[in-house]
Design a protein around this ligand. Structure first.
Ligand code: HSE
Length: 299
């Protein structure tokens, strides 16, 4: 018995929601096959498209799967995982999250769904811990639940799925450099001023309210990051120009995707999202910088 999965890419943070907000892209992601096997435990049998470890304990899929199986009574069978990577490591669109979420989702299906999708988040987070040293859930939650998600609390874990308007699209450009999440986290300050915090939580509330009420202007006004973007944007080639170009071409807002270097823009309607993609491409063409670009509906 086996299951073939699409493991979606995700955009975490969404400017104001560092470590708490994320969304799922519907046409960018990896594929995975999870198969029941007579041999107990979890084995990664194939990885195509990336140079990643096959050892279960060193692979994010393996670690997430083991975290899940540890909570169950011992099984007299095991699982094999084949991973077909399209999302590049260190791209900022949830490469490790896609693999962690895929493994626990696939095994849960083959076991007859002992866990809800929300329950699976805690296991997939262990893969994120292996990848970046920090068990953040803002990529794995949207990868598992789809659409927009909010991590209302980490302890206890409380994941909320947020309704969003039909016509929201994301444009994501990936300048072809690798930025490790652990490095992008090391530039952050451990304390924020009350003034910055007030702006940030005002925007998080505004963004969530805008998504629920389908108020595109409010979504746009709220896509602002007072705390993290100023420290990280210097690590990303052409960041200011790409962001400005996105806004000039009709984006509701734009910012760093996850921990970068990808840059996202949200827009109303596919036409605007495609126009932004063209304009962003022009910027990197002129800079002679290799890049990849996606336009995706948010589901
Ligand atoms: N919230 C995490 C960070 C996401 O920005 O470090 C990493 O993809």
């Amino acid at each position: 018995k086996e299951i073939k999965l699409f493991c979606p890419a995700t955009i975490a943070n969404l400017s104001c929601g560092f470590d708490v907000l994320g969304l799922c892209l519907d046409n960018a992601g990896d594929e995975m096959i999870v198969r029941k096997s007579d041999q107990k435990g979890v084995r990664i049998t194939k990885i195509i498209g990336a140079d990643l470890p096959l050892e279960t304990e060193k692979n994010v899929s393996g670690v997430a799967a083991l975290a899940m199986l540890e909570t169950l009574e011992e099984l007299d069978f095991g699982f094999e995982i084949e991973i077909y990577k399209n999302i590049k490591a260190g791209s900022g669109i949830g490469s490790s999250a896609a693999s962690s979420a895929g493994a626990v989702f696939g095994i849960n299906e083959l076991l007859g769904r002992p866990f809800s999708r929300k329950d699976l988040v805690q296991f997939a987070m262990q893969g994120e811990k292996l990848a970046s040293g920090n068990a953040h859930a803002d990529n794995v939650a949207p990868a598992l639940l789809g659409g927009f998600t909010l991590v209302r609390s980490y302890s206890p874990l409380d994941i909320i799925r947020i309704d969003s308007p039909e016509e929201l699209f994301a444009t994501v450009v990936h300048p072809q450099i690798e930025l490790k999440t652990s490095d992008a986290r090391s530039v952050l300050k451990q304390n924020v001023s009350l003034k910055s915090a007030i702006m940030q939580w005002g925007n998080v509330g505004g963004l969530v309210a805008g998504l629920y009420t389908k108020d595109y202007d409010l979504i746009g006004r709220s896509l602002h990051d007072e705390i993290v973007e100023p420290l990280r944007s210097v690590l990303i080639p052409g960041f200011d120009l790409i962001k400005q170009t996105a806004l000039e071409n009709g984006a509701l807002g734009s910012g760093i995707s996850g921990s970068g270097p990808s840059i996202f823009a949200l827009s109303r309607g596919e036409e605007t999202a495609n126009r932004i993609a063209k304009a962003m491409s022009d910027v990197y063409e002129k800079m002679n910088l290799p890049y990849e670009i996606h336009v995706s509906k948010i589901n």
